[in-house]
Design a protein around this ligand. Structure first.
Ligand SMILES: Cc1cc2nc3c(=O)[nH]c(=O)nc-3n(C[C@H](O)[C@H](O)[C@H](O)COP(=O)(O)OP(=O)(O)OC[C@H]3O[C@@H](n4cnc5c(N)ncnc54)[C@H](O)[C@@H]3O)c2cc1C
Ligand SMILES: C=Cc1c2[nH]c(c1C)Cc1[nH]c(c(CCC(=O)O)c1C)Cc1[nH]c(c(C)c1CCC(=O)O)Cc1[nH]c(c(C)c1C=C)C2
Length: 480
C-alpha cells in the first residue's frame, strides 16, 4: 500500500490531510514538530471571564473562491461561526494613527471628495492622477507595491494607504513587497491599458475579460454557509470559541477517520529515490510514496539540503519577519473613544507599533476591553534586535496604547508573544521564485508537493485553498 506523509500540523497541513483523505483515503500520517496542532492559529480561553485572546489570526474573510472554500470546510466540520456583517462598526471603521492623531479612513464614496486627515488632498485627486498618467511597462514583470501605488496614485497614497495595509497583512515593507501580492489584477490592467481606472472601466465594459480568472467564482456548488454569508453580507467571521477551533476540529475529524496525526514528531531530513521518499524522524527513517510539505519554506530548506542544495537555496530566498503580539485585557468597556476593527500605524511614522486590533469591538467580550498590539515585523531588528524582555515588550505596547488611544488605565491581564519568523514576505519576484521551486520539483520528478503560507498567499483562506489545489494536482493511483 502507498503511504502519504504530510509535514506540518498547522492549518495548511491539516487541510492537506483532509483533502488527501477525501481524494485517496488512507494510509496517511501528519507529522507535527510541536505538541499541538494549529501552528500560528492559537486561542487562549478565559471562559470564566468571558473573553479570549487570539495570538495569531482572529478573522477570516468570506470573499472569493478561497473564502467560499473555507466556508465549505467550516460547514463540513459543523463549526459554529461568529459573523461580522458589512454594516457592523468593525467592518466599516478602520483607522490610522498618523501625524499625531487617530484618523478614520473613508468608508463611503463621500469620503473621496472631502479632504480627510492624514491626507492633504481629497482622494479623488489620486484617481485623477492615475487617469492622467500614462502606463509604464514594468521591467521583469514585477515591481514593489509601493512603487506601483506611488506611480499610479501619488506618494501620499503609497505612504498612508498602501504601506499600512501591507503592515496589516504581512507586517512588511511595501517598498519590498511585490505588487502581485495584493494587486496582481490592477497591475495587469495598468500594463494592458495604461492606467488602473482605465483598465477597470475597460474590463467592466468587456465583461469576458475576467471570465477565466477565478477571483470571485466559488468552487463547484457553493455551500449553504457561503450562500448565507453572501445573503447576510458578512465582511468577516470567526468561530464561537476562537479560530483555534478550526485546526482542533480538523484534527478530531482526521483522527475519527483513522488518519494518524503525530505530535512532537519533527521531520529532520527528507531524501528522494525513484520509488518514493524517506522521512528522517528522531528514531526512524520512514519510506513513503509522496510527501506534502506545509512547512514554512525556511524549515523545509534544511531537510532537502543534502540531496538538493539548489532547491534548499531557492527556498531560503523567501524571507520571513518576526512579530510581537501583546494581548491586553481591561475590566471596563468604556475605554475606546472610537469603535472599529482597529488602527494601523504607517511606517513613515517610525514607531515600533504596526497596529492595534480592537478585539472587543469585533466580538462580544463580556464587558471587557480587549486590545491586541502588534509590533516589529520588517522593522523588528531596528526596535527589538537587542533581545528585549517580556516586560520591555509589554511596557512598549502599553506606552503606545496610552499615547495613541489615550487609555490611562493599567490592563488587568496581559500576554506577550514573540512570533519568530511567522509571516513570509512576498518580495518583488516572489511569483517567479515559487514557479522556479515548483519547476525544480517537477523536473527532478520529486514526490513532493508544497502548500502553506510560503507560496500561494498568506491568509487562512489562501493556505487552505493552496492545500486543496496541491492535492487535486496529484494523479489518482492506477487500479488494476
Ligand atoms: C500575528 C498573525 C496574525 C494573522 N492574522 C490573520 C488574519 O487575521 N486572517 C488570516 O486569514 N490570516 C492571518 N494570519 C496568517 C495565518 O495565520 C497563517 O498564514 C497561517 O496560519 C499559516 O498556516 P500554515 O499551516 O501554512 O503554517 P504554520 O502555522 O506555520 O504551520 C506549520 C507547522 O509546521 C510545523 N513544523 C515546522 N517544522 C517542522 C518539521 N521539521 N517537522 C514537522 N513539523 C514542522 C510547525 O510547528 C507548525 O505547526 C496571521 C498570521 C500571524 C502570524
Ligand atoms: C499589524 C499586523 C498585522 C495585523 N494583521 C496581520 C498582521 C501581520 C495579518 C493579517 N491580517 C489579515 C490577513 C489576511 C488577509 C487575507 O488574505 O484574508 C492577515 C495575514 C486581514 C486584514 N487585516 C487588516 C487588513 C487590511 C486585512 C486584509 C483583508 C481585509 O481587508 O479584511 C487590517 C489590520 N490588520 C491588523 C490591524 C491592526 C489592522 C487594522 C485596521 C493587524
Amino acid at each position: 500500500m502507498t503511504t502519504t506523509a504530510v509535514l506540518g500540523g498547522g492549518i495548511s497541513g491539516l487541510s492537506a490531510g483532509y483533502y488527501l483523505l477525501r481524494r485517496f483515503g488512507k494510509p496517511l500520517t501528519i507529522y507535527e514538530a510541536s505538541p499541538r496542532v494549529g501552528g500560528w492559529i492559537r486561542t487562549e480561553w478565559h471562559k470564566e471571564r468571558g473573553f479570549i485572546f487570539e495570538t495569531g489570526p482572529r478573522t477570516i474573510r468570506p470573499k472569493g473562491v478561497a473564502g467560499a472554500n473555507t466556508l465549505e470546510l467550516v460547514e463540513q466540520l459543523k463549526l459554529p461561526v461568529k459573523p461580522i456583517r458589512s454594516s457592523h462598526v468593525a467592518a466599516r471603521n478602520r483607522m490610522l494613527y498618523a501625524k499625531g492623531q487617530v484618523c478614520m479612513l473613508p468608508n463611503s464614496p463621500k469620503g473621496l471628495i472631502a479632504t480627510v486627515p492624514p491626507f492633504t488632498k481629497p482622494l479623488y485627486r489620486a484617481l485623477l492622477h492615475d487617469l492622467t498618467t500614462g502606463g509604464t511597462v514594468a521591467k521583469n514583470e514585477d515591481e514593489s507595491i509601493y512603487s506601483f501605488a506611488e506611480r499610479r496614485f501619488g506618494k501620499e497614497i503609497a505612504d498612508y494607504a498602501i504601506s499600512p495595509m501591507i503592515c496589516g497583512i504581512c507586517a512588511g515593507d511595501a517598498r519590498e513587497i511585490s505588487v502581485r501580492f495584493l494587486m496582481d489584477s490592477l497591475f495587469e490592467k495598468e500594463q494592458k491599458y495604461g492606467g488602473v481606472i482605465k483598465g477597470v472601466l475597460y474590463s467592466r465594459l468587456n465583461k469576458n475579460e475576467d471570465k477565466d480568472k477565478d477571483v470571485d467564482r466559488p468552487i463547484d456548488e457553493p455551500s449553504n454557509l457561503y450562500k448565507q454569508a453572501v445573503q447576510e453580507k458578512w465582511a468577516m467571521y470567526s468561530l464561537t470559541d476562537g479560530l483555534e477551533q478550526l485546526p482542533r476540529a480538523l484534527r478530531k475529524y482526521l483522527g475519527e477517520h483513522d488518519v494518524n496525526v503525530q505530535l512532537s514528531s519533527r521531520c529532520n531530513n527528507l531524501s528522494f529515490s525513484s520509488d518514493g521518499a524517506r522521512l528522517g524522524l528522531r528514531n526512524a527513517e520512514l519510506p513513503v510514496s509522496h510527501v506534502v510539505s506545509s512547512l514554512p519554506a525556511y524549515q523545509l530548506a534544511p531537510l532537502v539540503r543534502q540531496q538538493h542544495p539548489s532547491l534548499c537555496a531557492q527556498l531560503l530566498e523567501i524571507p520571513y519577519v518576526d512579530v510581537v503580539v501583546v494581548n491586553l485585557q481591561y475590566n471596563s468597556d468604556q475605554l475606546l473613544k472610537q469603535n472599529g476593527f482597529g488602527l494601523l500605524v504607517p511606517p513613515v511614522e517610525n514607531l515600533p507599533v504596526l497596529g492595534v486590533i480592537f478585539d472587543s469591538c469585533c466580538f462580544d467580550m463580556a464587558g471587557n476591553t480587549i486590545l491586541t498590539v502588534m509590533m516589529g515585523g520588517k522593522w523588528f531588528e531596528q526596535w527589538f534586535g537587542h533581545q528585549p524582555s517580556q516586560k520591555e515588550l509589554r511596557d512598549t505596547a502599553q506606552q503606545h496604547v496610552r499615547k495613541i488611544l489615550n487609555i490611562k488605565e493599567e490592563p488587568t491581564f496581559s500576554r506577550v508573544h514573540l512570533l519568530h519568523k511567522c509571516i513570509p514576505q512576498y518580495t518583488v519576484g516572489h511569483k517567479r521564485r515559487v514557479q522556479q521551486i515548483r519547476d525544480y520539483i517537477r523536473n527532478y520528478k520529486l514526490p513532493l508537493s508544497l502548500c502553506g503560507a510560503a507560496y500561494d498567499g498568506v491568509g487562512i483562506n489562501d493556505v487552505i485553498l493552496s492545500a486543496r489545489r496541491q492535492v487535486e494536482l496529484l494523479p489518482m493511483p492506477q487500479t488494476h
